[in-house]
Design a protein. Structure first.
Length: 252
């Protein structure tokens, strides 16, 4: 089974971040880390590859930097990485991102394309579904548990009321939630082996994808501070004030 895993390098959440005053977009330093949510997708991809004797390829879009996050994925056991580092893609929206990642995955060939539900620096939560539509394959989303039945995938799809059992033949796109598995830690042997693994750098033109459309951040403002609540001294009619407030909020 050929598994492709989408992963993203992001600025370290534990370090101070800043916005580019010219674009209002997040400044991405050279030292970026692997998005924590993608570690779950990588682990699921590795388990699928191990069960089927297949290979696992990482696909990542964004500035390469020092490759700290990419090397972590390779050290976990990923066989190869494909990085789309193209200045022309800066500011891409979710649809363009999905087109680029889909083109890269399609070029590599896959039985299962694995991704996290959403990135922690974007939170759009729509890229896996878009990739499935672009590639014309089923989308198995919000997977909290993944099982392989022959060449078919069966998942527990997390819902607000519990979970649904969803099954699909491959090829398919699989989006996993945090907690679906327990990601492994890179071993010393894995870290040393990662230095010799192939890293293929491509541009959008290599994938025959354009950098449009892009998203524009018009302005950024601090979140409003929480206002102090209203203090009501109960003189025997406090319950009427509560009812009045609930009615104004259209709760009752």
């Amino acid at each position: 089974m050929q598994v492709v895993v989408c992963a993203k390098q992001i600025p370290d959440p534990a370090s101070p971040s800043s916005l580019d005053p010219a674009t209002n977009r997040l400044v991405r330093p050279p030292e970026q880390v692997l998005d924590d949510t993608d570690r779950y997708g990588i682990e699921v991809g590795l388990q699928l590859g191990e069960k089927t004797g297949g290979s696992v390829t990482l696909v990542s879009m964004g500035p390469t930097g020092t490759m700290q996050g990419i090397r972590q994925a390779l050290a976990m056991g990923v066989d190869k990485a494909v990085i789309i580092d193209d200045a022309g893609l800066e500011g891409s929206d979710a649809l363009t991102t999905a087109k680029v990642l889909s083109a890269a995955a399609g070029r590599e060939g896959f039985d299962v394309l694995v991704a996290g539900v959403e990135s922690t620096d974007g939170y759009s939560g729509v890229v896996p579904q878009m990739m499935a539509e672009i590639l014309d394959v089923p989308a198995l989303t919000y997977a909290r548990k993944v099982e392989l039945d022959g060449t078919a995938l069966r998942i527990e799809r997390q819902t607000s009321g519990g979970f649904d059992i969803v099954q699909s033949a491959t090829p398919a796109v699989l989006a996993v939630t945090a907690g679906a598995v327990e990601p492994r830690y890179p071993t010393f042997r894995g870290i040393m082996a990662a230095k010799k693994k192939a890293v293929d750098r491509v541009l959008a033109s290599d994938l025959m994808v354009s950098g449009d459309p892009r998203q524009e951040v018009v302005s950024v403002a601090p979140a409003p501070e929480r206002q102090a609540g209203e203090v009501v001294e109960d003189d025997g009619t406090g319950h009427l004030r509560i009812v009045e407030f609930l009615e104004s909020a259209k709760v009752i």
